[in-house]
Design a binder for this molecule. Sequence first.
Ligand SMILES: [Ca+2]
Length: 389
Amino acid sequence: MMGGEARCLITTNPPPVIRSSGPVGTCWVMGDPHYRTFDGTYYNFMENCTYIMAKNLFSPFMSRHICSHIFQISDSLWYLPISLANGRVTLQQSGFSVVTETDFGLSVQYDWEQYMVVKVPASFMGRMCGMCGNFNGKKDDDLTIPSGSLAASIPALGKSWRVPGLPGEAYCTDDCTGQCNVCKGESWIEHLEAESFCQLVTLLTDGPLRDCKSLIDPKVFYENCLFDYCMGKGYKKFLCKTAQIYTDACQRAGIHVHDWRNLIAEPKCPANSHFDSCACPATCENPSPPADCKTKCVASCTCNDGFLWSGNTCVPKNQCGCIYSNGGQKRYLQAGESIWADATCSTKCTCNSGQVVCEKASCPDGSECRKNSGALSPLVTVVLTGHSS
Ligand SMILES: [Ca+2]
């Protein structure tokens, strides 16, 4: 990364990496303001800049800018699924999220919008820093700034982990004041309205989501609802999204969730697909869902009969794309999609009838070979931290 960014100050010798089967650290951020650290501290932080969520204290790292259903890697846009460094890093769509996994046990799930889960293996205990805390098993020292001291406030914590120098930085803010990070000052009528609206949460957590109580405290769900209602003035989308996130977390933990879509509207799905509350959607690269799908399902948009997921659209089965491999990397190409195989624009590869065909080519007259500058601006920087041992 560029100079001047927040960094972890090493104050002790690095503990040895012990590969154990201990607890996995799980940190998530939900909606705009709700965070849960690896050690289970909850806090709210309103912001719109870019922050380091989790970082390993002692190893080099790489960063990813996650923008939409297409990934920006190096200087070009890639469809999922993607495999990098001979499979050591994989990125694939799962339910409404993309899941990035590494061979050393790190995973990052992101729903492209407002929910991100970072999981690190037990071998990283006490070795982490960032907005997700230090993963040492103690709650009271989670909100720590890069120097190692406790943050004076939540905005100070955020500011300390902000990634500087990114495009649009001049227009972002992380030092909310006044009404920004607390929901006070609303009238008692508004407060009653919020409580009344958020009874829906109780209906969900005592009803279809009742088996999830062991995983996520329903009180957190309810308090988030009150906060979102106050901030969004009753914008119902928040509740639907939060219920979706709660459901997703439960399903991924193997907990059965009863369908709640009769209480709240279903999410919209793209053309030639439909919503399924428990699915393992068929894709072009994996057209047959696993037989044990029911125990591994997630709520998802599933392609209609005769169609398969191809990148970010459902296409007829006979219009599937290709997996393109080059230099330890694999990526999905949609049918008919062409890419340059080199930086000098001398070889062009095209996905043609399910086969990648590469041939000599050059830029058309009147144009020149230039790297794509990347038109998408990053929403979230996920710091994937790894070691090569
Ligand atoms: Ca801690």
